[in-house]
Design a protein around this ligand. Structure first.
Ligand SMILES: *[C@@H]1O[C@H](CO)[C@@H](O)[C@H](O)[C@H]1NC(C)=O
Ligand SMILES: *[C@@H]1O[C@H](CO)[C@@H](O)[C@H](O)[C@H]1NC(C)=O
Ligand SMILES: *[C@@H]1O[C@H](CO)[C@@H](O)[C@H](O)[C@H]1NC(C)=O
Ligand SMILES: *[C@@H]1O[C@H](CO)[C@@H](O)[C@H](O)[C@H]1NC(C)=O
Length: 897
């Protein structure tokens, strides 16, 4: 790369010709091209500049009026002391004035001056130690408010620049950035800052790509120089930051900053004496009677003005009615939830304790535990643990809600994991339900921690050891929860243990082990797993449960499937294996895969054409009710959404079924929510057909649902277990009333970030997405008519709010968006087992209203001025009835004819 210097001289042309495109050259004769060739900030020189610093906030697509302000004034820079390359510059901001937007203001720019705290602020000169373009030190008067210090650091940073084109790393008011200098003409050059890091500030993000937040930033500073004498004619800083949701790129905010210094004139300055820098500063300090602090160029966050803050307990009191159970599933509740998570994250222990112990909060305690689980700070956890005792029977519901929230949170806290691990091992008498939820939570939090932290923590090894030891030690059904925990832990190193259980364990253990393997990150699928999957599917080693076989088939199909294996699988369809539901399942899965992948489709067609039996088989309608299909429910430029349904049937009853809500963006696919249904031993009610198994197994009648929320499986809910319990339900009709199965508040988006703007302001970015969810179900079975009807209803209130705030002691600006929707999904199924078995499923989604609101607010502390611009939009998302498949339609016709 050429090294160029961006300044002006007659030698320029010669030099430019010899090096081509590159501007710049060496002033005078020296070829070194650095500051030693130019006498910048000559000792005793005073320069005067006009200052303007503007901030504009807007919604993401800039389609409407912005809010914002600017500050103008004059800046003088006196070069007062020099020693070698070190120069001490005294800088003063003279009569800074705030200007704000106003309806009364004249067009076109619409700003008017306004009185503010800036008018009578203590404002001393400040000093920078400038050494060859680097600012080594900044001295700012001790007692000045942070707002003013930050502006001073912004101005100081403008004077940090290099003359040579090239790349480097610099720390200034934008944080630590990689910086590029490029000259555009003999007298102009641009400094571009990229990847600015502010590791010293709080930062929260959701590592889940689809639920993440993206910030696109540009930062440039243009310099114009003049030679003879060598002075800076102008500096123009321009920055823009677009903050948006990755899954919905139009939702977000835009922040723009500009700062300019324009040269007015120069004169002589008074210099100071001092043998070294310390002495010189001391001399100034004495003369001005002001104490100075040595500071870096990094700006600081404004101290929280406690008088503005409403305490968490006060907020809960105000929002108590919206938190009530009857509002579960509403956007109202989701909105309140995000506000309270924000509030509790900053709340002191006493405030949280007060909220938990207030009598009036009793009816909303479960929701409060949801909130505190997402807060996840050590303060909130220790406070919760003062009130919540995992071993208390009467607190089972609270314990589970709190643990679920912890397990869904995208930001697990290491100290909380350690504490829970300790409690799991130390407390003896934890009720079974809580014990299971606790170990599932530990596993999930540990997995998420491994995704966020760079370093591997010991806790990962400890939790894994605990789960494996308990699994080995437990007997019979007590083992199951540890298999589920391994499913949440998603640790590659547990694969050998799981494969061992598949080889030697019971059939049920095999199913659970396969499910744990299936949920590993796809990069973990190795040869051992694929070999075992083939053995299980084709039952080469032993008999396996049908669910183990279907899951093994899924794993094979998800791996990079070779033609040989695909041929084997397709040939299985014409084999004489009596498990016809497995064949139907496989047929459906391959069909679904072929629909989304053209290569697979071509390969499948090729294989079928070349096999007479297969060619015939595929043309017929294979026996069985198992289905696998995917239906699009969302088409959006920045993400697609699908419902993926897989139903493994046995004797006309769903043995294992799932409905997944999947969001996709480019190559990323994410399962937000999965509803699983399981049943066993019900076929005796339904028909004499044994479901294609050679032997009718003597399973106890059971049914229930299993939920996976944001990738975390939670304890299954069992509706009944055993014939007696089932008959009780049937006769008493308890299941035939709509019963809530699962209600929860969950945080989807969770992003907190501070952006340091080059001009010294700091933007707080806070984006929260939340859902209040209500899942309920209803089953009616008539043994007389030999039919059954079931309804699963899911209602969710979803709210996303995102704010960008600039908070200073003299002006506060905010732009916020808020989007909400209340989608519902109904799965209705009718089963008629009076003669031939018929199953009709209807999946419908009613109309929903989507709302998008924008608020822009600006106020001046200590003054009446307050501007608020609001914009409301809404539109209807039309409902649909999902077409399941031809066979289902035929069955529906048969039932309802
Ligand atoms: C900007 O977004 C609003 C909704 O927030 C929309 O109505 C408008 O059409 C968008 N404008 C452009 C230019 O995309
Ligand atoms: C401070 O500076 C003055 C000149 O501006 C000089 O006379 C004096 O000796 C200096 N004092 C110290 C302590 O360096
Ligand atoms: C196709 O399968 C049917 C039923 O199994 C059979 O009757 C028929 O002969 C087969 N046809 C061919 C071409 O193999
Ligand atoms: C959504 O799906 C369509 C077609 O299925 C695809 O072309 C598009 O790239 C997808 N969009 C995103 C953001 O992934």
């Amino acid at each position: 790369m050429f090294r160029c210097i961006n300044s002006y001289s007659i030698l320029y042309i010669l030099f430019a010709l010899s090096i081509g495109m590159c501007y710049g050259f060496v002033l005078l004769s020296s070829a070194s091209g650095d500051f030693s060739d130019v006498n910048i900030f000559e000792n005793g020189q005073s320069l005067r500049y006009k200052l303007q610093s503007t901030i504009l906030l807007n919604e993401r697509n800039l389609s409407a009026k912005n809010v914002g302000f600017f500050i103008d004034g004059e800046v003088t820079i006196d070069s007062i002391w020099t020693h070698g390359d070190q120069k001490l510059l005294k800088i003063e901001i003279k009569s800074p004035k705030l200007h704000i937007r106003s309806r009364k203001a004249p067009s076109p720019d619409g700003f008017i001056p306004h009185s503010s705290k800036l008018d009578n602020i203590e404002n001393n000169p400040f000093f920078i130690v400038w050494n060859k373009g680097i600012i080594e030190n900044t001295f700012i008067a001790k007692n000045e408010p942070v707002s003013l210090k930050n502006i001073k650091k912004g101005i100081s940073s403008l004077f940090q620049f290099q003359l040579l084109d090239g790349e480097t790393t610099e720390t200034d008011s934008s944080g630590k950035c990689s910086v590029t200098y490029t000259s555009s003409s003999p007298s102009t050059f641009t400094k571009t800052k990229n990847q600015c890091a502010s590791g010293d500030f709080d930062y929260i993000n959701n590592p889940n790509h689809i639920l993440g937040v993206k910030i696109d930033s540009t930062r440039t500073v243009d310099y114009e120089l003049a030679s003879n004498p060598f002075i800076i004619k102008s500096i123009i800083l321009k920055e823009s930051h677009s903050v948006f949701l990755t899954a919905r790129e139009e939702m977000g905010n835009h922040i723009e900053a500009q700062e300019t210094l324009t040269f007015i004139d120069s004169k002589k300055a008074n210099t100071v004496e001092g043998t070294d820098l310390e002495k010189a500063i001391e001399n100034i300090s004495n003369k001005l009677g002001v104490k100075f602090n040595r500071e870096t160029l990094l700006t600081e966050i404004e101290p929280i003005q406690t008088e503005d803050e409403i305490s968490f307990s006060k907020k809960v009191e105000r929002m108590r009615s919206q938190l009530k159970i009857e509002h579960m599933g509403s956007t109202k509740q989701a909105k309140v939830f995000t506000e309270l998570v924000n509030s509790a994250r900053n709340a002191p222990k006493e405030d949280i304790l007060k909220t938990l112990t207030t009598k009036k909060n009793k009816p909303i305690l479960t929701q409060l535990y949801d909130i505190l689980g997402y807060v996840g700070t050590l303060d909130s956890h220790t406070t919760v643990m003062k009130n919540l005792h995992f071993d208390k029977e009467e607190q089972i519901d609270f314990s589970e809600r709190y643990l679920w929230a912890l397990s869904f949170s995208s930001n697990p806290n290491l100290d909380v994991i350690k504490d829970l691990h300790n409690k799991f091992n130390k407390i003896n008498s934890i009720p079974e339900k809580v014990k299971e939820t606790l170990i599932l939570t530990l596993a999930s939090m540990t997995y998420r921690l491994s995704k966020t932290a760079q370093a591997k923590y010991n806790i990962h090894r400890d939790v894994e050891e605990t789960i494996i030891n308990n699994l080995d030690y437990a007997k019979n059904e007590d083992k199951y929860k540890f298999f589920r925990a391994l499913r949440n832990l998603k640790s590659e190193s547990t694969v050998p243990v799981l494969l061992e259980y598949i080889k030697k364990g019971t059939q049920k253990e095999g199913v659970l082990a396969w499910r744990a393997i299936k949920d590993l990150d796809s990069s973990s699928t190795n040869k051992d797993i694929l070999t075992a999957a083939e053995k299980t599917f084709f039952q080469l080693d032993r008999r396996h449960d049908t669910s183990s076989r279907t899951i093994a088939a899924d794993i094979i199909l998800q791996s990079s499937l070779n033609n040989e294996l695909l041929t084997k699988l397709l040939n299985f369809l014409t084999s004489n294996d009596p498990a016809y539901e497995i064949k139907q399942y496989l047929f459906q899965r391959i069909k679904m895969l072929a629909e989304s992948d053209l290569t697979v489709k071509n390969n499948v067609e090729q294989i079928i054409k070349s096999n007479k039996h297969l060619n015939n088989y595929s043309g017929t309608n294979p026996r069985g009710l198992s289905i696998s299909l995917t239906r699009r429910f969302l088409n959006h430029p920045s993400s697609n959404g699908s419902l993926v349904t897989v139903q493994e049937m046995k004797s006309g009853v769903i043995k294992r079924g799932t409905i997944d809500v999947v969001i996709e963006k480019e190559e990323f696919s994410n399962e937000l929510f999965s509803l699983g249904i399981f049943s066993g031993g019900l076929h005796t009610f339904m028909s004499s057909d044994n479901g294609g198994n050679e032997e009718a197994d003597e399973e106890t009648a059971t049914a229930g649902i299993e939920l996976t929320v944001l990738g975390t499986q939670i304890r299954p809910f069992v509706f009944f277990s055993g014939q007696g319990e089932l008959m009780g339900h049937v006769w008493s009709g308890t299941a035939s009333e709509r019963t809530p199965a699962y209600q929860v508040l969950a945080l989807l988006h969770d992003h907190l970030e501070y952006i340091r703007l080059g001009s010294g302001f700091i933007t707080n970015i806070n984006i929260k997405g939340a859902t209040s969810m209500d899942l309920s179900g209803q089953i009616e079975i008539s043994l007389w008519n030999r039919n059954a009807e079931s309804l699963v209803q899911k209602a969710a209130g979803i709210v996303v709010t995102g704010s960008s705030t600039i908070d200073t002691m003299f002006v506060k600006s905010l732009v916020e968006f808020s989007s909400s929707i209340e989608p519902k999904l109904n799965l209705h199924s009718d089963i008629d087992f009076s003669s031939n078995l018929h199953l009709c499923m209807r999946l419908t989604q009613p109309d929903a209203v989507f709302r998008h609101n924008i608020y822009k607010v600006e106020r001046i502390p200590g003054s009446k001025h307050k501007m608020r611009i609001s914009k409301y939009q809404k539109y209807i998302v039309p409902g649909t009835t999902y077409n399941i498949n031809k066979k289902n339609n035929q069955m529906c016709n048969a039932i309802f004819s």
